[in-house]
Design a protein around this ligand. Structure first.
Ligand code: FES
Length: 294
């Protein structure tokens, strides 16, 4: 890419990045975050995070309203499809609700930069829903042209929101599994990490294996568990977390990971922690190995 196109792309990316630095948005983000975190969602909070499916639910849910609205736009260009187009506009409005719920609970457990971008993303989608609602009403009254214009405007707003969602997901890595690189940073062999007495019972101890921080916990029965030390949610330091009920709880947003196998039993993390095999030789040296590493 050269010339004007390159400059336009550069400007576009710089503008998107600038959203994450808009500190003025914090005045809104703080109270809103408290509200979302205080909602009595119980175990449904983890469902909305996407814990049962192993990755965030929000991107999957948004396919429905976006697909419906895009399809409505296609039908708007085809004669004799007014009823179908209005139906799809309505489907998009109705299904935007569940997608928004999932998005908000994820949003409330992110870094400041991601939350600022997330607010603009949510505002774009709210504008889209408003425009589509008016489009649906006008279509119902027979004002087809006005309904189509409003629908097209709604698609532009939804597209802008979608682009911001992509920026959040890929540039700002909100929702990505932060523990995914761990197996690629290690070789597949056994590595000594200390002696049994280096690990006080019940305490979270930090060790490093090359570039990878480890969480080491020796339980009362003598069993030693070793997990990757950076949380799969947003890289929180699990070595500063709380060890309780056979799990470690991340100090940043409260995800809980089972020490025995790294499974996440509570969100917002949706991916497990890499779990190491542990062996102790006759002289008390502790060695670890990550299956699948290398
Ligand atoms: S970094 Fe968010 S729960 Fe660990």
């Amino acid at each position: 890419m050269t010339g004007a196109a390159a400059r336009a792309a550069e400007f576009c990316v710089a503008s998107l990045d600038a959203l994450g630095r808009l500190e003025k948005l914090d005045a809104l983000a703080g109270p809103l975050r408290r509200v979302v975190r205080g909602l009595p969602l119980g175990r449904y909070r983890d469902v909305l995070h996407g814990l049962p499916i192993g990755h965030p639910l929000h991107p999957a849910l948004v396919q429905v309203p976006m697909g419906a609205w895009l399809s409505a736009a296609v039908l708007d260009a085809v004669p004799g499809t007014r009823r179908g187009a209005r139906l799809l506009v309505g489907v998009g409005i109705l299904t935007a609700g569940p997608a928004a719920w999932a998005g908000w609970v994820d949003w409330a457990e992110q870094h400041e930069e991601q939350m600022r971008t997330g607010l603009v993303h949510a505002a774009s989608i709210a504008v889209a829903v408003g425009l589509y609602a008016r489009s649906w009403v006008h279509r119902g009254r027979g004002h087809t042209v006005r309904g189509k214009v409003l629908g097209f405007a709604g698609l532009c707003a939804a597209g802008t929101g979608g682009m911001l969602g992509g920026h959040l997901a890929y540039r700002q890595a909100a929702g990505a599994n932060k523990a995914e690189p761990v197996p690629h940073l290690l070789d597949g062999g056994w590595h000594p990490i200390g002696r049994v007495e280096d690990f006080p019972v019940g305490e979270a101890v930090r060790r490093e294996l090359g570039e990878v921080p480890l969480l080491v916990v020796r339980l009362a029965g003598g069993h030693i568990h070793v997990l990757a030390g950076r949380c799969s949610h947003l890289s929180g330091p699990l070595t500063e977390g709380t060890v309780t009920d056979g799990c470690v709880v991340c100090p940043w947003h409260g995800s809980a990971f089972r020490l025995s196998d790294g499974a996440n039993v509570r969100g917002p993390a949706t991916a497990p922690q890499p779990s190491f095999q542990v062996s102790v030789d006759g002289e008390g040296t502790v060695r670890v190995r990550l299956p699948g590493a290398g």
